[in-house]
Ligand binder design. Structure first.
Ligand code: HDE
Length: 709
């Protein structure tokens, strides 16, 4: 069989029910598999004799000037020089994965006729890209920032994009301010500092002069700004969209993604350390979960309001700096998304994927949300400058349905279209499709008014929901928020910025302003004039998102061992953790074989210096007197335990392993190292008590230590 025939065969063999995956395979080449005996060629397909040495005018000694006539060398260097493309102006650093979406039932039919939201027999392929906002492509993953959560649904009616974030509100209300906001949060123009951080004068200057930003600033300064994993965060469409049903009625809608694993965050000290220890922490975490089969999942929820209720609330439902509290507008959960496939090539897929808020399908529409209206232009525009005119033809961006129209040409046109290129034409090719037959029918919205640069009256109020957010946090979350703002203002050295920021905080909550002022050496402001409403809302605190049945799925557990450890105990623990889909890693004095007390050995995945406790959710110290003695006397191991304890992680130990924990924590106030009484089959994983599947080994042991919260 010729190599091309082999490639075609592979394509069909690998065809899956996932239409998008099949579509991408048309452009996927695996030289090792498809062309095992082929040689390297130039871009015009000519076989290359020597890709390592430039053609030279040599003397007998083999030296001499390189010749410009070497077309193979020129092509290689030329293509290399042109590899980079402009990075995204915001959300430059990201990671993507493929998956699918399915609705549970026909619940949403009341609101929309879009099959992607109403047909339970359909599986829609999706591509999701998560991102940070401020930093460049090479910045670290665990910085404090909003996270992008953009989803492309490849539906037979065309691509539909929800270009969302992990925070339900945005800093500004009107797209006109976006360039100013982005300039302020990005590194300062004179020295391009800081990278991946909002902790600087210009950001806090802008924020303190724009009270509309406070709600989102509070969300980012809360633990939501430092997620433990991209798989453990919510996603929100943020803007108000509309749904249109078969009867032609329109409803306003907000989209919500809720993660199966609950909402979890790092603590700030961990986030800071991981930035250095593993800047790709979130990228690798996503890949690890998918590769080990712990597929990330989210349910899709919708908050829906009929047009008749648009003006019922004390906030404007088209204002992207406001949530629709769930007490007022409950969420209906209508479907589930699963991510189950990593990309084959980062650039071709994750870098070239292009999301547009303007990509909608029949049954879904826009609203007059002024932020959304501006976004609808910006995304289209930015893709042209990032990727070129024909960006929609790139494999990752093209829909799974035919794209047929009279739009033509442009750089990098990759389609050859026969026939006429205008409408109307004498053959009636590609006629427009009536709304009743599936064409996009614009909802007949009544529009009247004056041309003015203005904002609606309810857009003027900025503090009620910021206070609502703060009041709804748990005490520890409030403490973290105050610490985060204090960290940020500590990095602002302009006293004007600090003063203004503290005055603004005071409008939201006097105690927050006071605590921050004390921390950063600012003046404590007088009590504010605004009366606090003291209200709280449900499902704001991330504590309220714990899964009904606690899970240890995909949690990373480090097992610390040294020569002389008890192998049965370690293997028993690993088996038990695997049952709960957690991943265990053996950490030893070297990355190699570690001998057990009985002489057999296990391979350590890492050595004590190669990783740190910050990269794991829980620690377990193996029993065995030889092992425990060495671990106890190893300063780095003691640091592992103390650091994990400081980050509130679960620490487990058996037998002599307990002595290691005892030594590490002996001087820590308030720590009682007595074995727990009662049930011993509870495994605590950071940020929530999680009951592991019955661990017979632990239950049977008499000498067990589990600490953590
Ligand atoms: Fe974006 N935003 N944005 N944004 N945004 C971009 O488009 C923009 C906003 C969001 O993974 C850019 O392709 C304007 C809100 C995500 O590829 C750009 C305004 C939300 C991503 C752009 C906003 C987002 C972007 C840069 C104010 C949450 C990454 C590169 C009116 C709902 C998508 C690009 C990806 C990216 C413009 C505000 C989310 C410049 C003008 C609100 C997740 O077009």
């Amino acid at each position: 069989m010729t190599s091309i025939a082999t490639a075609v065969k592979r394509t069909f063999d690998e065809m899956t029910s996932d239409q998008k995956q099949a579509d991408l395979l048309r452009d996927t080449v695996d030289p090792q598999k498809d062309y095992p005996s082929a040689g390297m060629t130039t871009m015009h397909g000519m076989l290359i004799e020597n890709p390592e040495t430039w053609l030279k005018a040599t003397d007998p000694k083999g030296t001499g000037p390189a010749l410009l006539e070497d077309q193979v060398a020129l092509e290689k260097i030329h293509r290399f020089d042109h590899e980079p493309i402009p990075e995204r102006i915001v959300h430059a650093r990201g990671v993507g994965a493929h998956g699918h979406f399915r609705v549970f039932d026909e619940t949403a039919k009341k609101y929309t006729f879009a099959p992607v939201l109403t047909d339970p027999s359909r599986t829609t392929p999706v591509f999701v890209r998560f991102s940070t906002v401020q930093g460049p492509r090479g910045s670290a993953d665990t910085v404090r920032d909003v996270r992008g959560f953009a989803t492309k649904f490849y539906t037979p009616e065309g691509n539909w994009d929800i270009v969302g974030n992990n925070i339900p509100v945005f800093f500004i209300q009107d797209a006109m301010q976006f360039p100013d906001f982005v300039h302020a949060v990005k590194p300062e123009p004179h020295n391009e500092v800081p990278t991946g951080q909002s902790a600087h004068n210009n950001f806090w200057d802008f924020v303190s002069l724009q009270s509309q930003t406070t709600h989102t600033v509070f969300w980012v300064m809360s633990d939501r700004g430092i997620p433990r994993s991209l798989r453990m965060m919510q996603g929100f469409g943020v803007n108000t969209f509309t749904l249109i049903n078969a009867e032609g009625e329109r409803h306003f809608v907000k989209f919500h993604w809720t993660p199966e694993l609950g909402v979890h965050s790092l603590v700030w000290d961990e986030a800071l350390k991981i930035n250095g220890q593993d800047p790709d922490y979130h990228r690798k975490d996503l890949e690890e979960a998918i590769v080990t089969g712990a597929y990330p999942k989210w349910t899709l929820g919708i908050q829906v309001l009929p047009e008749s209720r648009e003006h019922e609330f004390d906030f404007d439902i088209l204002d992207a700096t406001k949530i629709w509290p769930e007490e007022l507008v409950p969420i209906e959960y209508i479907g589930e998304m699963t991510l189950n496939r990593c990309v084959d090539e980062f650039f071709a897929e994750t870098e070239q994927v292009a999301f547009c808020t303007s990509h909608i399908v029949p049954g879904i529409g826009f609203s007059d949300d002024p932020l959304l209206q501006g976004r609808n232009f910006s995304y289209l525009d930015t893709q042209q400058s990032r990727l070129g005119t024909n960006w929609e033809q790139l494999p990752i961006n093209r829909p799974v349905c035919p794209v047929l129209n009279h739009i033509r040409d442009g750089k990098h046109q990759s389609k050859i279209t026969k026939g006429l290129n205008y409408w109307p034409n004498r053959y009636n090719t590609l006629p427009p499709t009536d709304g009743a037959k599936g064409g996009y029918h614009e909802y007949a919205q009544k529009v009247h008014g004056m041309k003015l640069r203005t904002r609606a009256p309810k857009f003027q109020e900025h503090f009620n929901q910021t206070e609502l957010f703060y009041n709804s946090l748990s005490p520890v979350e409030k403490k973290h928020l105050i610490e985060a703002i204090s960290f940020e203002l500590d990095h602002c050295d302009d006293p004007v910025v600090n003063k203004n920021a503290i005055l603004l905080l005071n409008e939201i909550d006097h105690e927050v302003a006071r605590a921050v002022a004390i921390n950063v050496g600012g003046d404590i402001p007088p009590k504010p004039k605004r009366d606090s409403h003291k209200k709280r809302a449900v499902r704001i605190s991330q504590m309220e998102f714990a899964p009904e049945k606690p899970l240890i799925k995909s949690r990373r557990i480090a097992i610390l061992i040294d020569d002389g450890f008890e192998k049965d105990a370690v293997e028993g623990l690993r088996a038990a953790m695997k049952l709960g889909s957690a991943t265990t890693f053996i950490i030893g004095p070297r990355r190699g074989e570690i001998s057990s007390a009985t002489g057999t050995s296990v391979m350590a995945d890492h050595h004590f210096e190669g990783q740190r406790s910050t990269l794991f959710d829980a620690l377990f110290i193996a029993p065995g007197s030889g092992s425990a003695e060495k671990l106890r006397n190893n300063g780095r191991v003691i640091h592992w335990v103390r650091e994990a304890f400081g980050h509130c992680k679960a620490i487990g130990a058996l037998g002599e392993g307990i002595d290691v924990v005892r030594k590490a924590l002996q001087d820590v106030e308030g720590v009682s190292l007595a074995p727990p009484s009662g049930e011993t089959d509870d495994v605590t994983v950071s940020y929530g008590v999680v009951t592991a599947p019955k661990i017979s080994l632990l239950s049977a042991a008499t000498d067990v230590l589990m600490i953590g919260s």
